[in-house]
Design a protein. Sequence first.
Length: 427
Amino acid sequence: MKQLTLDLIDTVRGISECVDLVNPVFSHHHKRVTCIALNIAQRMGLSLEEKRELAIASLLHDVGALSIKERVKYLEFESDFGVKNPYNHAEIGYYLFKEFKPFLNPAIYIRYHHTYYADIEKDSLPLGAYILHLADRVAISIREGDILLQSKTIKDRIRAQSNRMFNPEVVDGFLSASSVDGFWFDAVYMPLDALIRENNLSKGINITLDELSSFAWIFHILIDFRSRYTATHSCGVAGVALELARILGFSKDELKLMEIAGYLHDLGKIAIPVEILEKSDRLTEEEFNLMKFHVYYTYRILEDIEGLEQINTWGAFHHERLDGSGYPFGLREEDLPLGSRIVQVADVFTALTEDRPYRKALPIDDALIHIETLVRDKKLDRNVFSVLRSNVDLVMERLSEVRRRGLEKFNNFYSTLGVNDYAFSVE
Ligand SMILES: [Fe+2]
Ligand SMILES: [Fe+2]
Ligand SMILES: [Fe+2]
């Protein structure tokens, strides 16, 4: 089976930036934490591999916080959550990222990024994990205005927590690294590209399509599980697209790529507030415009990952239409290969047969009639549609099975992790 070479830093950078976009309150939080953490790690002489793991963990550490409300909660410097009451987003991050082999160590860093040093067995974690925790607290302490004026207060605050919140060795590393102005300027200017280059963090690793699929699976959970209405959407699209592609004669490797494209097609929704995904009234024009951004983000995030070009073309063009009336690029028939057309039909079919906050799922026949109209209007592909119509029982069998498993996973996810209401809250 086909192997791919991926640069791990590239795979997470775009996603990290996108999450930072969700709300200006976060003001590039992931990026800032990564810059601070790398500067401390460099000062402490961590190995290349440890620095790479730390960068991945820093870039993703709060991605498990599924709603804005939850993310805002973690901007307070100190709270009484210790290991007995683990932060859900840290636990979610661990639970998901460990499923992709190269992220196993970063997943451990993420799990403990809010845990007090005093609450766990002494020095049981890799140094990077302690650095991430401290860097995160430094980042949230930074306010608008003169950074050098703030630096003393921040240093005092961190020093006072040596041995309690933070590993004393890492506190020393931080105090030493932050004794120069450049450390603080980096914390504000956030020269992530330069730090990645200086530290030589880019490195291609070989992964199989199955491994890539587990990587995509993680992100499908992060996208879909933010709202019960979308809980099985991406895996549903993946299932339908896979079935259609199989009937249309795609090869085994192409089918894997198609499944991955389905998992990732709505990746950019990670930057859309859950409040919009859950809204039961009609979206205002402004909200709809924001919603439209999601495919654009998908495209731009995937574009930065060398090796995923085909997945991007298939997945990110699912709101384009053959007559050029789609978005965000207004592509036309000649720009849209069969793979993209399959995902378009799979997306519409899956969405129409799902409940939405503002309507119930459509019966299958009605969904088919609806898609037929779009085909007649030259928006969706006629051939793909006729494959769907003549095999609708088979497709539905697969879709129902995928949905059943997805829902089971969704319920398990929330009960196992002790996460209850926050992903749904619309306050
Ligand atoms: Fe966090
Ligand atoms: Fe954070
Ligand atoms: Fe979409």
